[in-house]
Design a binder for this molecule. Structure first.
Ligand code: TRP
Ligand code: SF4
Length: 400
């Protein structure tokens, strides 16, 4: 309907590891070439679980941004910013909180899950319950329609859709709405107006989704309407009011296959990570001391790659020829485990070298990083302010 706008956020966890790179960043880097992208540091979200110790958040933010840039997120393609530096998120969060039923928040599955998982913390706070609503504000304030997230975040995107729908339902019907919509239809011009009415009837009376799609496509191509009229006509199609907030969709990131040093998913909490800034000899050491198939106690004992975490790394880093060499050599005891690990070490170092070089450059020039973020915040603020103008107007809070 509108041009695609992608938005995603990451909580500031400090410097990142290969799991983040393969799971999230590579995806972002791909998306920045295909869509308008906004990526931000969700520092207020970090506060929801770290309110007792907020001091580290700023440093973690800068380190994470350095790693985004080092990995190849390109500030000339994507807008990079920090949530707390665009305070409009807080205003939208507040206004949305007025119309958010408590039960909706209590029913978000991550609410109870996370409380149980982090049971050493007191998470019976207002801010923590509101976590998904703050996330909704992050998304809706940019009218982003595509949100790349992992599986665990899908309920939050679903929640954001419901909030957008409720908001549009409550506040999208401005006074004189029908008349304004009818006037906007006329502005389409004879032929298009007739087609619009036809498609609208087909959708509303027969539930014809194809008619809805065609009508939206037609509006998308229409040049001579004001943004307000366009939004009115999008909303009028479905029988609702003006569409003030856009319902986002989850752009599901395929689960990363990046295993950690022990074969479990790579994660700081499992202590099995290789950091993007890991020293090269440390990378070698970590891989060489990785566990392998226990059946290979001696060099002459054959093994089974399926029982070995190193094999999972070959699936990320090696081509068919090396994989065949591993399969054959492991099962026949033709190769030793250290030998088997070497191609993984080589490939990892090759992947990390340019990332580390860029990270070094950004670390030496913190002002460059600060300026990139300042620019991004500026751009984000402009977009956020535009939405907030419409939001305030629709709620009668303009005081103009
Ligand atoms: N909750 C997300 C996470 O933990 C981070 C986040 C905050 C986010 N706001 C967002 C992600 C908006 C996507 C869009 O990963
Ligand atoms: Fe694992 Fe390779 Fe050793 Fe086989 S040879 S057990 S795949 S490290």
């Amino acid at each position: 309907m509108y041009a695609d706008r992608v938005l995603s956020g990451m909580r500031p966890t400090g410097s990142l590891h290969l799991g983040h790179y393969h799971g999230v960043l590579k995806n972002w880097i791909q998306l920045q070439h295909e869509y308008e992208c906004l990526f931000f540091v969700a520092d207020w979200h970090a506060l929801t679980t770290q309110y007792d110790n907020p001091r580290g958040i700023e440093e973690a933010t800068w380190q994470m941004v350095i790693d985004w840039l080092a990995a190849g997120v390109d500030p000339s393609k994507a807008t990079l910013f920090i949530q707390s530096q665009v305070i409009e998120h807080a205003e939208l969060h507040l206004l949305l909180s007025m119309m958010t039923p408590l039960g909706w928040l209590e029913r978000v599955p991550t609410y109870k899950d996370q409380q149980e998982k982090l049971s050493e913390k007191d998470l019976s706070t207002y801010g923590f319950l509101g976590y998904p609503l703050l996330q909704s504000a992050d998304i809706l304030i940019y009218r982003a329609n595509q949100v790349p997230v992992g599986e665990d975040q899908v309920p939050h995107i679903e929640f954001s859709r419901e909030i957008a729908r409720r908001f549009n339902h409550l506040y999208g019907k401005e006074p004189g709405y029908e008349e304004k919509a009818e006037a906007a239809v006329k502005k389409l011009g004879g032929k298009k107006a007739k087609l619009y009415e036809e498609l609208r009837t087909r959708y509303q009376q027969a539930g014809d989704d194809a008619a809805l799609d065609s009508a939206r496509a037609m509006l998308g191509e229409t040049q001579n309407l004001s943004l307000g009229d366009k939004e009115r006509l999008y909303g009028y199609l479905e029988g609702g009011g003006k569409m003030i907030l856009t319902e986002p969709e989850a752009l599901l990131t395929v689960a990363s296959k990046m295993p950690g040093l022990d074969g479990q998913k790579m994660s700081k909490s499992y202590n099995n990570t290789i950091s993007l800034r890991e020293e090269p000899d440390q990378v070698g050491k970590k891989i060489r001391t990785m566990p392998t198939d226990p059946a290979r106690g001696r060099r002459t004992d054959p093994g089974d790659p399926e029982k070995c975490p190193v094999w999972q790394l070959h699936q990320v880093y090696s081509g068919d020829d090396v994989r065949a060499w591993v399969q054959q050599g492991c099962r026949s005891a033709g190769i030793g485990c250290l030998e088997c690990k070497q191609p993984v070490i080589d490939a990892m170092l090759k992947e990390l070298a340019p990332i580390q070089e860029r990270a070094r450059a950004y670390m030496e020039e913190p002002d460059v990083v600060k300026n990139i973020i300042a620019d991004g915040c500026e751009k984000a603020r402009d977009l956020a302010r535009e939405t907030m103008r419409d939001v305030r107007e629709s709620m009668g809070l303009n005081y103009g």
